[in-house]
Design a protein around this ligand. Structure first.
Ligand SMILES: [Zn+2]
Length: 308
């Protein structure tokens, strides 16, 4: 939020020289970190560095030690940057809300700003993944927007139903519970992380999980499988849940794991095959794909890919 607030400097008594945004789009401590490091006071007010002894007024920021030769240029750059700024002793400093064109804060502008940022973060690229079937993408999309008809949603719509998770039978069912927090889903996440040899902490919601998923740094080919993995996991959990809810089946950890690994294999096998071939020529082959392939070979691929 801090970068949404800027100051219009009047007398400079309530605006911090280094830390507030009052000239340009950045605080001076961010534009000139090497100078800020030895500023005499990091909390100085703007007026403290405005020197009127020469008549017209000029900027004279103070530092805790003399400059080294190589720092002079940076000091010149700072002075050049703020050269156009002037104090107006008769005016008070004003705070400006940058998200609104008139500079005045409103809850609506804050909401719009937050909303546009969240929308900007929405993991479109991850969800609309060409490797996975569109129904799986669509499910992930619905899950991200909280539109899946889990028990909590049915209750909200006025259905008189007891809310219990079909998978663990312990907690109430919500989309974030079954996909992220449920102990049965957790076991799958652990399997996934073990396949890729990574260690992750999952965020609170399905949506956040997909948003943050993009951030992991993996090799190019490996990344494609990695990107399909959470969608595949979501789908496996949802199918297992529906088997229990609508077909009166018992929960099966084996079936859930199989369905997850098999689907991931089927949807990304062209990528994995490429990797396997490539691996024969490269002894420095990455651990992750080796793990991935060896785990896959332990599963009877042909056994149960009947998720449709
Ligand atoms: Zn559960």
């Amino acid at each position: 939020m801090q970068n949404k607030v800027a100051f219009v400097v009047g007398d400079g008594r309530r605006v911090k020289f280094w830390k507030d945004i009052w000239w340009g789009n950045l605080a001076l401590c961010n534009s000139f970190p090497s100078l800020y490091a030895f500023a005499s006071s990091k909390e100085a007010w703007v007026e403290e560095y405005w020197d009127t002894s020469g008549g017209e007024g000029a900027w004279s920021p103070r530092f805790s030690r003399p400059f080294n030769d190589w720092e002079v240029e940076e000091v010149e750059r700072l002075l050049l940057t703020i050269r156009g700024a002037r104090l107006s002793p008769l005016m008070e400093d004003r705070m400006m809300w940058k998200a609104n064109s008139n500079g005045i804060f409103s809850v609506k502008s804050l909401y719009n700003d937050l909303f546009s940022r969240r929308a900007g973060l929405f993991p479109h690229g991850l969800i609309w993944n060409p490797s996975v079937p569109s129904k799986v993408s669509f499910f992930a999309w619905e899950a991200s927007w909280g539109k899946v008809l889990t028990m909590d949603q049915l209750k909200k719509r006025g259905w008189a139903v007891a809310n219990r998770c079909f998978l663990c039978c312990e907690e109430e069912e919500s989309i974030d519970h079954i996909l992220i927090h449920c102990s049965k889903a957790r076991a799958l996440w652990e399997l996934l992380f073990a396949l890729f040899g990574v260690c992750c902490v999952l965020p609170f919601s399905a949506r956040e999980t997909l948003i943050e998923w993009r951030g992991f740094m993996l090799g190019k080919k490996h990344r494609k499988v990695w990107k399909a993995a959470p969608l595949c996991l979501f789908w496996a959990v949802w199918i297992e849940r529906n088997r229990i809810a609508f077909d009166n089946e018992e929960f099966s950890a084996h079936r859930l794991k199989n369905s997850f690994v098999c689907n991931l294999w089927v949807w990304t096998k062209t990528i994995v095959n490429e990797v396997v071939v490539w691996a024969r020529f490269d002894t420095g082959f990455w651990t992750v794909s080796r793990l991935f392939c060896s785990k896959l070979s332990q599963v009877n691929i042909c056994s149960s890919i009947a998720d449709d």
